[in-house]
Design a protein around this ligand. Structure first.
Ligand SMILES: [Zn+2]
Ligand SMILES: [Zn+2]
Length: 214
């Protein structure tokens, strides 16, 4: 059986830029035919108690919730090094990290790190990205966000090239900040995933593929 997850979602509870109410999110994820969603707020992870409350709503309806976070890395000159989705770390990463430090820290804690929208163009022009760009070639990543609403076809082909070179899977995430964007880009797994540990294992084994839905 195929399991469909949206791995990149922001809620209004912890991301000021989002309009998504957490309880509406559960309903919309089910409506969109998803079996799992990851919460990836900016610079923080949902507190365990709050997360458990939401999970108690989702799980009986057959929806798996994953508690991740989206971290912006900065180099020593305080310049952006891109956004990264982090899973399997049980606290919020509030410090300042270079992309390399972040990857090391995540792996030391048994987690995984995924380059978020590596080739999403910034307003500064053609070679500036909100993601890590070609820096991904220098990082020990576990996956690359291949399908993202702001990835052009050129961005997708660049990400595919990196996946092949690095031998890591591509995933899809909606980066939803509005409710109807949930599930626009997704990640498919060939087995049923019950929890975060299953999810991490499948990513590590490269058993994931990305799909753009709308
Ligand atoms: Zn981002
Ligand atoms: Zn995001």
């Amino acid at each position: 059986m195929t399991t469909v997850f949206d791995l990149h979602i922001h809620t209004q509870k912890y991301s000021d830029c989002s309009f998504i109410h957490p309880e509406e999110l559960i309903a919309q994820a089910l409506e969109a035919g998803l079996q799992g969603i990851a919460l990836t707020e900016h610079g923080m992870r949902w507190p365990d108690e709050e997360f458990a409350r939401l999970e108690n709503l989702a799980r009986p309806q057959g929806l798996v919730l994953i508690n991740g976070q989206e971290i912006s890395a900065r180099n020593d000159k305080n310049e952006m090094e891109g956004d990264f989705l982090v899973f399997g770390i049980n606290y919020s990463l509030t410090g300042r990290y270079t992309a390399c430090e972040l990857a090391g820290l995540v792996h030391n804690h048994g987690g995984i790190i995924i380059a978020a929208h590596p080739y999403k163009l910034s307003r500064r022009g053609k070679t500036h990205y909100y993601g890590a760009g070609d820096k991904i070639y220098q990082l020990p990543l576990d996956a690359i966000e291949l399908y993202h609403p702001d990835h052009s076809s050129l961005a997708v082909s660049k990400a595919q090239k990196a996946m092949q070179k690095l031998g890591i899977p591509g995933v899809g995430g909606s980066d939803a900040h509005k409710i109807f964007d949930v599930g626009s880009c997704v990640t498919l797994f060939d087995k049923r995933l019950e929890n975060e540990a299953d999810f991490i294992e499948q990513i590590r084994r490269g058993k994931a593929r990305a799909e753009k839905r709308h």
